[in-house]
Design a binder for this molecule. Structure first.
Ligand SMILES: C[S@@+](CC[C@H](N)C(=O)[O-])C[C@H]1O[C@@H](n2cnc3c(N)ncnc32)[C@H](O)[C@@H]1O
Length: 229
């Protein structure tokens, strides 16, 4: 079964209670939304020039669009884009976006993370200014491709962000074991090799990585800045 079908099956019913139930364990999402570096039109750059347009922001694996809606409400003025493997999730997302009157701000498209192109997926002539993954990489079997594709679709000198589960190293062992067992029931896997992969991307000069560990290493927020052109 392909990933799109697997995700549709998993979320067919749970998408209706998704936002309420995930509120309690997808921690750090609002922190990331608050911290993302976003530039409005007219933002002054270090060389004295000014940006012509507001940042275009993409969420990869946007699910119900919960994050995009919070972002649009807390930090208005940015064109937002979301892609997801699951058309069922996107149907719920589109309804939520409509309900809060954000249909002209948030563009949603069905797409696998590894197939993203700014032009092909969204009809854009330029790469994105900011990209983020919120608890999606831990569900994406092709996560390394997803990371490389995100980097390829990002403007030089800008950042992609990740918020996701970490190793819970500073929390009780029983809790960590239980969490990993429970998450595996939802196709979610903590992959230590993922952070190692991003650290290697940093060492390879593909960008500059910064990581902040949250809540006893329950989760982490990473930012990865693509080198300037
Ligand atoms: C745990 S949910 C997180 C949703 C949202 N980002 C949030 O923070 O509430 C993960 C999402 O990733 C999507 N997903 C899984 N594999 C994917 C892939 N290969 N490409 C794009 N999206 C994918 C799932 O359909 C699901 O909506």
């Amino acid at each position: 079964m392909g990933q799109a079908e697997a995700m549709d099956r998993m979320y067919r019913f749970t998408r209706h209670v998704y936002d309420l139930s995930r509120k309690y364990y997808l921690l750090g999402r609002d922190k990331l939304i608050d911290r993302m570096e976003l530039r409005k039109a007219g933002h002054t750059l270090p060389d004295g020039s000014q940006t012509a347009q507001a940042d275009r922001v993409l969420e990869i694996g946007c699910g119900t669009a919960r994050n995009l809606i919070v972002l649009a409400q807390k930090r208005p003025g940015f064109p937002l884009y979301g892609l997801d493997a699951s058309e069922a999730m996107l149907e719920t997302a589109a309804k939520s976006v409509d309900k809060v009157g954000l249909a002209s701000t948030i563009t949603l498209r069905p797409c696998l993370a590894e197939d993203l192109t700014a032009k092909g997926t969204f009809g854009l002539d330029e790469p994105f200014d900011v990209i983020f993954f919120s608890y999606s990489l831990s569900m994406i079997p092709t996560w390394s491709q997803a990371l490389e594709v995100a980097l390829a679709n990002l403007k030089p000198g800008r950042k992609f962000y990740i918020v996701d589960f970490c190793d819970q190293a500073d929390l009780p062992r029983w809790f960590s074991r239980f969490l990993k067992f429970w998450l595996s029931k939802f196709h979610v896997f903590y992959r230590p090799e993922m952070l190692e992969y991003i650290q290697q991307m940093h060492r390879d000069g593909k960008g500059k990585l910064e990581i902040e560990y949250l809540y006893g290493r329950y989760a982490y927020i990473a930012s990865f800045e693509k080198p300037a052109a």
